[in-house]
Design a protein around this ligand. Structure first.
Ligand code: PRP
Length: 185
């Protein structure tokens, strides 16, 4: 059941139930992909936005995984990507020779994903799989794609289920479209 809608939200784009159903499908796809893996893949949450999806996705999987975290930031306090993602916190462990599963909340311009792919590829990961909850292809500036996207969405300003505006709304259990008045103040 959804909580009462936050008054800054214009409409709910994706309900908890719709998200949960797609998370299950993504987990099944990953279980199949990693079926013959000798060693547990390293699942990386790109903080902070992906953490909610990451926790739900990994708990829906049967495959044993290791977890690691990296903080990449490109938005600061604005609603537009700066196009220059910054590694704010690096992984705790090396990925050389390992299967890496990168979990993103959204691929927008594609700059963050490109940065992570280049970085981890350079560190000698054995395989690299990207799963994203949301994909906004209309906003792409870099020719890059996730291996699996749960939802392809229109170019609207959305928050919730990990996604923020100025660090707010991440703990909404649904994905909602933010009212223009909130970010045009
Ligand atoms: C968001 C999101 C992705 C990235 C996608 O992170 O979590 O990592 O932007 O945008 P891009 O495709 O244009 O690079 P953000 O930098 O806002 O940090 P956050 O995860 O802490 O919210």
């Amino acid at each position: 059941m959804n909580k009462t809608m936050n008054s800054d939200i214009e409409r709910i784009m994706l309900t908890e139930e719709e998200i949960a159903a797609e998370v299950k499908k993504a987990a099944a796809w990953l279980d199949e992909r990693y079926r013959d893996c000798a060693e547990p893949p390293i699942a990386i949450s790109v903080l902070k936005g992906s953490v909610v999806f990451f926790c739900d996705l990994l708990r829906a999987m049967d495959t044993p995984v290791q977890m690691d975290f990296m903080t990449v930031s490109s938005y600061g306090h604005t609603s537009e990507s700066s196009g220059i993602p910054k590694i704010v916190m690096d992984l705790a462990a090396p990925v050389a020779g390992r299967d890496v599963l990168l979990v993103e909340d959204i691929v927008d311009s594609g700059h963050s994903l490109k940065k992570m792919k280049d970085l981890l590829g350079g560190r000698g990961a054995k395989s690299f799989t990207v799963v994203t909850l949301l994909d906004k292809p209309a906003r792409r500036q870099v020719d890059i794609k996730a291996d699996y996207s749960c939802f392809e969405i229109e170019n609207e300003f959305i928050v919730g289920y990990g996604l923020d505006y100025a660090q707010r709304y991440r703990n909404l259990p649904y994905i909602g479209v933010l009212k223009h008045s909130v970010y045009e103040k």
